[in-house]
Design a protein around this ligand. Sequence first.
Ligand code: NAG
Length: 339
Amino acid sequence: MIPARSILVLQGLLVLISFSDAFDPISATIGLGIAAGVGVKWKDQIADYTLCKFYECCRKPYLKSDVEGLKLNLTQHLFGQHIVQDVLVNAIGAHFDTIELSRKPLVMSFHGTSGTGKNYVSDFVAAALFEKGIESNFVYKFTATNTDKDLADKVKETVKKCEYSLFIFDEIEKMPMGVFDSIVSLLDHHSYLKGYDFSKAIFIFLSNSAGAEIAKKLKSLMDAGRYRDETELEDFQYIAQLGAYNVQGGLHRSKLIDSHVIDHFVPFLPLEPRHVEMCIKKEFMLRSCPNEASDEDVRKIIKDAMTYDDTKKFSNNGCKRISKKVESYCYQQKMKSQH
Ligand SMILES: *[C@@H]1O[C@H](CO)[C@@H](O)[C@H](O)[C@H]1NC(C)=O
């Protein structure tokens, strides 16, 4: 389609174009000139045939918005979290539905005790939005142990590479107080910083805070005769906000909450033994153990791996250590069957 000689020239230009993504004024000007000259469509096509064939680019097929796939993954792999599933699918669906008109990044905070699936779910979100999932260069995971000095700079740098970036902040209750204040202004409606557009990005904050309160609330609702699956976001919303605010660490007295930039508080319900059982059975299948999980196996593993929380009704650690337990259980079985 494109004559060989122009391909050479175009490859030279491409280097300039890719430099122009770094926004240095001279090449940006040249880049603009080229874009105007050959048409933006061409730039896209050239990139498809060259650079983006080998490197992850901020475009299809590296970017996707597979909300149906997300829904499916959550239905199949996440146990006991009907509220999470609803809130998340609607929030992400809506964000992508009108993404070109978006005026504010999507900001969510996940709350719940450990092992309820917060990390697991954020990995599914990454998989639904990026071909490379959590490995994508446009997914930035920030943990309490890997605290880059200037969070705001890191966020800006990532958004400059790709406006559709996903940011995940894990265990924010362990992060120093005030750590997020520097990025609050980036998350707001009227945030405008020359050369940056944050409005298409997604920010997810994960924390164990409010987990115990959510458990207490769920217990009291269930004691009053409500089925778990009939509880609603509204039942937990207030707790999640309050808990996040009052707890020490990253969100403590944070501007992030004061300034109402968080769009969705997502409560992860504590798991009951029957949910942990489901995790065990799923792990058995994933690991292709010599035998299927018998009731006896499941009971043994539960006894070994699960402890109860203060309500005596829910698991303390959910499905957290289940995978390793099942792994070692299967290994034992395999060794036995070989002798
Ligand atoms: C579902 O999850 C798996 C595991 O994270 C991932 O490999 C797959 O791409 C996901 N599917 C979709 C449609 O998001």
